[in-house]
Design a protein around this ligand. Structure first.
Ligand code: G6P
Length: 613
C-alpha cells in the first residue's frame, strides 16, 4: 500500500527520495510524488503511474534541495490520477503533506472546511487533513507543530504523515496512528523517515520506530519525539538487522523468484537457534512465559488474512494432530465484525508477514478486549502486531519484497510446526522418540527444498503449455488442502488467471461440472493417508478429459502413468510435506505470470501490506 519516504540533512534529497520510492514500489501503488523544499519554496512533482514516470517528469529539473518528502499512493479516496497523487498542499500553500492510512471522518471535516471557505482540488482525505492543519494554524495563530496536534485530535482513522511548513523551513513533522513510520538516524546531522525500513537501510542501521499517537519534530540538528498530547518521550534507538542485499534482487529476474529460491535458507533461519543440536528440544523464547497456559488451552483461534490465513489452516491441522487442542481459523476481517464467542480462557494466534495488516490488528484489539491471550507470528521485526501481543515468535524469513508471499508462508508454517511439536511434547501426546524423529525431519526440510528447486526448468516447460488457460483448479486433501488454496491464490495474484483451491473430495459436489479439456487441474497427490482416495479423484478428472498436473512423491510410478505432467518431491514426514509441495506451485504461478508478461513483483491492484480495512 502507500509508501512514505523523507529526508532532511546535508545531502541532495532528490536521489535519496527517488531511490527510496523505488525501494517502496513492492508495497503496491498507482501514482507517485515528491515535494522538495528549496530557497524558501516548496516544489511538488507528482504523476500517475510508476516511479519511473515521475523520474522522467523530473529529469530536466535542477534540483538541489536538502529537504524533501516522497510518496507512493495506492488509491482509496478517488481514482489514481495526477491530482489525487501525494504530496498535497493546503489552500494557501503553507503546508505540504504525504499521508498513509484513511481519515474516516473526512467527509464531516471537509464539509466544515468548505463552510469556512476552503475549496478542494482532489478527491482525497489527505487534502482534507492538510487544509485542516492550515485552518487551525491560521485561526489559532499557533506554530506548525501545535496546528498538527490540534488537527490530529479532530481526526478519526489511521495515519502515518510527514509534512513541511513553508513558514518553518528546515523542519519535517511526522505523526503516526495505525500506519507505521520509522526514522533513520544518519551519520551526521541528517535524518531519514519512511513507512518501513527498506528505503533507509542503505544509509543507516540506527532507527526509531514511532509508536501510535507519537509525533516527531525533525531538524538537521535535533529530533524531538512526543505524544500528540505534548508529553515528551525518550526515543528508543534500535539496530536494523537487515543488509542491503536482503532488499536487492541479487541476479534474479524478480524478487519473487529470489524469495522462492531463498526458502532453504529462510526456513533454516526460522528454526536456527530454536532446535537443540541433539534434536531433543525446541525452544521458542518468545513463548516461554505463555507456554504452560497455552498447553492447557481448551481452544486456540488463529486470525490472519491472505496467505497468512492459509498458513493458519496448516497450523490448525498441525496443532489439532500433535497437541490435541481445538483450533479455529478465522479471517481477521470477518472475526472483527461478527460477534465472536471468546473469553479469557481463549488463546489467539495472529499471523502476519508485515505485522501491519489493518484487519488483523483490529481483530487482535477485539480479542484483547474480550480477555483472550493474544500471541503473534510475524516476519517484520518491530512492526505493530508484535507490539500489540503479549508473546510471539518472529519468523525471521528476512524482508519479503514480492507482493505474492512465498518465503513468509513457509516460515510461518515452520513456526506453527515447531509450536505443534512442542505443545505435543509438553502435553506428552507425542513420545520423546517421535518428537526427536519429527524435529530431525524438520531439520532435513531445507536440504530437500534445495533438491526440489531443481525442477524449476521442468516447471517452466509446463507453464509454457498452460500459460493461456483461463481457469485452473487446485485440489488436495489433508495438509495439502491449504496448499491447494495457497497455490491457487499465487496463480490468481500474479497471472490474473482465475484459479480455485478445493478439498479434492469436495470436487464432486460442484467444481467437477467445470472439468473439460480446457480446465487444467493441479493435484497435490503425495503418498499420505489419503493417497488411495486421491488416485480415485484423479481418475474422475481424467474420465472427463481434464488435464492433470500432479505433485507426487518421488518414484511414484502409479500416478506418473495416470497424469499429463508430474513434479516429484522428496519424501518427508507427512506433517511437513506442505513445506515441500507448495514450492512447485509457487514456481508454476511465477513462470506462467512471466510468460503472460505480467508484473510479477507488483501485480495490479494488490498491495504488500494492507494497512486499510
Ligand atoms: C496482502 C498481501 C498478501 C498477504 C496479506 C496478509 O494481501 O498481498 O501477500 O498474505 O496481505 O498480509 P500479512 O502481512 O498480514 O501477512
Amino acid at each position: 500500500m502507500c509508501g512514505i519516504v523523507g529526508y532532511i540533512g546535508g545531502r541532495n534529497a532528490y536521489p535519496i527520495l527517488i531511490n527510496g520510492l523505488k525501494r517502496l514500489e513492492y508495497r503496491g501503488y498507482d501514482s507517485a510524488g515528491i515535494a522538495l523544499f528549496d530557497n524558501n519554496q516548496i516544489n511538488i512533482y507528482k504523476k500517475r503511474g510508476k516511479v519511473a514516470d515521475l523520474e522522467a517528469l523530473m529529469k530536466d529539473e535542477k534540483i538541489k534541495a536538502k529537504i524533501g518528502i516522497g510518496h507512493t499512493r495506492w488509491a482509496t479516496h478517488g481514482e489514481p490520477n495526477d491530482i489525487n497523487a501525494h504530496p498535497h498542499t493546503s489552500q494557501d500553500k503553507i503546508f505540504t503533506l504525504i499521508h498513509n492510512g484513511i481519515i474516516e471522518n473526512y467527509e464531516t471535516l471537509k464539509n466544515k472546511l468548505i463552510s469556512k471557505g476552503y475549496r478542494f482540488t482532489s478527491d482525497t482525505d489527505t487534502e482534507v487533513l492538510v487544509n485542516l492543519i492550515e485552518y487551525f494554524y491560521k485561526k489559532d495563530s499557533v506554530d506548525a507543530e501545535l496546528a498538527v496536534r490540534i488537527a490530529l485530535s479532530r481526526v478519526i482513522g489511521a495515519y502515518g504523515i510527514v509534512l513541511m511548513c513553508k513558514d518553518e523551513p528546515g523542519k519535517l513533522i511526522a505523526a503516526r496512528k495505525g500506519s507505521p513510520l520509522v526514522i533513520g538516524i544518519g551519520d551526521k546531522d541528517e535524518y531519514f523517515i519512511a513507512s518501513d525500513a527498506t528505503p533507509i537501510v542503505e544509509y543507516t542501521k540506527s532507527v526509531i520506530y514511532l509508536n501510535n499517537d507519537n509525533l516527531a519534530i525533525i531538524t538537521c540538528k535535533q529530533l524531538i519525539i512526543k505524544t500528540i498530547d505534548n508529553l515528551a518521550l525518550e526515543p528508543e534507538i534500535k539496530k536494523l538487522d537487515i543488509g542491503i542485499d536482503a532488499i536487492e534482487k541479487n541476479g534474479f529476474d524478480h524478487f519473487m523468484l529470489k524469495e522462492i529460491f531463498e526458502q532453504p535458507q529462510s526456513i533454516r533461519d526460522t528454526f536456527r537457534g530454536r532446535i537443540s543440536p541433539n534434536f531433543k528440544d525446541i525452544r521458542l523464547g518468545g513463548l516461554v512465559k505463555v507456554l504452560p497456559e497455552l498447553s492447557k488451552a481448551r481452544r486456540i483461534v488463529i486470525i490472519a488474512c491472505g496467505t497468512s490465513w492459509h498458513a493458519g489452516l496448516v497450523g490448525e491441522y498441525l496443532i489439532e494432530e500433535f497437541a490435541r487442542i481445538s483450533v479455529e481459523v478465522e479471517y481477521a476481517s470477518e472475526f472483527r465484525y461478527r460477534c465472536p464467542i471468546m473469553d479469557k480462557n481463549d488463546f489467539v494466534i495472529a499471523i502476519s508477514q508485515s505485522g501491519e495488516t489493518a484487519d488483523t490488528l483490529a481483530a487482535i484489539e477485539l480479542a484483547k478486549q474480550k480477555g483472550a491471550t493474544v500471541i503473534g507470528i510475524c516476519n517484520v521485526v518491530g512492526s505493530s502486531i508484535p507490539r500489540e501481543t503479549v508473546a510471539g515468535v518472529y519468523t525471521h524469513a528476512g524482508p519479503e519484497i514480492g507482493v505474492a508471499s512465498t518465503k513468509a508462508f513457509t516460515a510461518q508454517v515452520t513456526v506453527l510446526t515447531m509450536m505443534a511439536y512442542l505443545l505435543g511434547k509438553e502435553k506428552k501426546i507425542i513420545s520423546d522418540e517421535k518428537f526427536e524423529h519429527l524435529v530431525k525431519e524438520l531439520y532435513s526440510v531445507p536440504e530437500k527444498i534445495s533438491q526440489l528447486l531443481e525442477v524449476n526448468e521442468k516447471i517452466k516447460e509446463i507453464a509454457e503449455i498452460y500459460k493461456d488457460s483461463t481457469n485452473f483448479l487446485y485440489l488436495g486433501r489433508g495438509y495439502q488442502y491449504p496448499v491447494a488454496m495457497e497455490g491457487a491464490l499465487k496463480l490468481k495474484e500474479i497471472s490474473y488467471i482465475h484459479a480455485e483451491g478445493y478439498p479434492a473430495a469436495e470436487m464432486k459436489h460442484g467444481p467437477i461440472a467445470l472439468i473439460d479439456k480446457n480446465m487444467p487441474v493441479v493435484f497435490i497427490a503425495i503418498k499420505d493417508k489419503t493417497y488411495e482416495k486421491i488416485i480415485s479423484n484423479i481418475q474422475e478428472i481424467k474420465a472427463r478429459k481434464g488435464d492433470v498436473i500432479a505433485v507426487i512423491t518421488k518414484g511414484d510410478e502409479t500416478i506418473k502413468n495416470m497424469v499429463d505432467h508430474c513434479i516429484e518431491i522428496p519424501e518427508v514426514d507427512e506433517s511437513l510435506s506442505h513445506l515441500l509441495t507448495i514450492i512447485p506451485l509457487q514456481l508454476l504461478s511465477y513462470h506462467i505470470a512471466v510468460k503472460r508478461g505480467c508484473n510479477v513483483d507488483q501485480p495490479r491492484n494488490l498491495a504488500k501490506s494492507v494497512t486499510v480495512e
